[in-house]
Design a protein around this ligand. Structure first.
Ligand SMILES: [Zn+2]
Length: 432
């Protein structure tokens, strides 16, 4: 794969030329996402883009095309020898064949830099902003709207404006980078930070934070606990970001989706959030999986007094998600159902029946302190203090619950399998 870069007056443009080996990967039916031929643009004007360090361009190219590279990758510019060494230490699947400029100084972390957040406007992202230092710069990736897509950026843009009015430094950068693959979406997990990376010198950033929650970082609500610090995800991304002097930061990775919703219930910043990316501002679609999960949780926490469960459940998307084994973020759904009177919500009973009903999930209301490891040292004190304004820390018993999270025996249990069969029958007759 050869990456070409063009700097235009108002945007940067990346083009990817595939070779035979890349096409083999593309034609491999095992790959879920296919690389498209679309040129990728990021709206950053030439005044800024012409001064971006070649290592950052190299990193952005990797974040864009990593899963689609066959045997070798040629970056658009010569990179520093340190960048090449760091990156090749974690990328072994293909070879980076770009030239190295031995005179090029690598980027190092700024001591007096600014923290930033790859901001989405959703509940977890807004909770992250609420507990980060007040000088945090939020950087929103604005996707262009397409006729055939349900995506609507009305809500996050409104939220960005409200935050700007409240004194936050929020940047909105448009990019079509999700069009690099079909189906449309981020090519790599942290590709939503590409605008922040490209602005990192201009804005003097020392770190980029993400709204990754306990469920995603540590596998809670999924099959079993993941020791994130030892996993390949953290090793890979923290290494390639540090190669350009940027710390990776996961300030809410010790907070469950229950916790971010609790923060949203009381913090003026976090309360601005909207997780649904289909509806308009303050008018979530109430048809998508995110809406289902959020509405259920907000209601069960007492932040809302009405819930039209029949309508929320009456979509294929929601029924499909609820039929998964386990349900994605099953812990959050279970936590919500445990706190609701299901006599008032009969339709939820078949879902409750396939879950581990008796498990005590109160620990989801608290902060998992081990997660502070995923915050740069200089921000740990502030972030810990800020989280503790909203949530209690888990005690040792609760920490053990996190570390011993395992759903396998429940998922294999005969009663669970039977309840799942009942649920499938229930959908067939579901006609509210
Ligand atoms: Zn929605």
């Amino acid at each position: 794969m050869r990456v070409k870069l063009k700097l235009l007056d108002s945007k940067m443009e990346f083009k990817f030329d595939r070779d035979l080996e890349d096409n083999k990967i593309r034609d491999d039916k095992l790959t879920r996402n296919i690389m498209t031929d679309e040129k990728i643009y990021i709206k950053i004007n030439r005044n800024i883009s012409q001064n971006i360090h070649p290592d950052i361009i190299g990193l952005v190219a990797i974040l864009l095309c990593n899963p689609f590279v066959g045997k070798k990758l040629e970056l658009p510019l010569k990179v520093s020898s340190k960048f090449m060494k760091d990156v090749t230490s974690v990328i072994s699947r293909y070879k980076i064949v770009s030239e190295v400029d031995h005179d090029l100084e690598p980027l190092i972390e700024l001591e007096d830099g600014y923290p930033s957040l790859a901001f989405s406007g959703g509940a977890d992202s807004c909770a992250a902003l609420a507990i980060m230092p007040s000088r945090t710069i939020g950087i929103f990736l604005k996707r262009p709207m397409k006729k055939d897509s349900k995506y609507d950026h009305n809500a996050p843009l409104e939220i960005c404006n409200l935050l700007k009015n409240a004194g936050f430094d929020i940047r909105i950068i448009e990019s079509n980078l999700e069009n690099i693959r079909s189906p449309t979406g981020f090519p790599t997990d942290l590709a939503n930070s590409i605008p922040a990376l490209l602005l990192s010198q201009e804005l003097r950033l020392d770190s980029i934070s993400f709204g990754t929650v306990l469920e995603s970082a540590f596998g809670i609500g999924h099959q079993n606990y993941i020791e994130y610090s030892k996993g390949s995800h953290w090793r890979f991304y923290s290494k390639i970001f540090s190669a350009v002097g940027i710390n990776l930061s996961l300030p809410v990775s010790g907070v469950s989706e229950v916790g971010t919703t609790m923060i949203g219930g009381v913090s003026s910043i976090a309360s601005l959030s909207q997780s649904c990316i289909r509806g308009k501002h303050k008018k979530p679609c109430l048809r998508c999986w995110k809406c289902f999960r959020k509405e259920l949780l907000i209601y069960s926490l007492g932040f809302k007094s009405m819930l039209n469960i029949t309508s929320l459940m009456n979509t294929n998307e929601v029924q499909k998600r609820l039929s998964e084994i386990p349900i994605s973020h099953e812990n959050v759904i279970l936590y919500s159902l445990q706190r609701m009177n299901l006599e008032d919500f009969q339709y939820l009973k078949p879902i409750f029946n396939k879950m581990d009903k008796k498990i005590n999930l109160e620990f989801l209301e608290k902060w998992f302190p081990d997660s502070i490891e995923f915050v740069p040292k200089k921000y740990r004190f502030t972030i810990r203090e800020n989280i503790l304004k909203y949530l209690e820390p888990m005690n040792s018993v609760e920490i053990d619950k996190v570390k011993n999270w395992n759903m396998n025996s429940h998922l294999e249990n005969r009663d669970t399998i039977k309840a799942q069969e009942e649920l499938i029958k229930f959908w067939q007759n579901f006609n509210p």
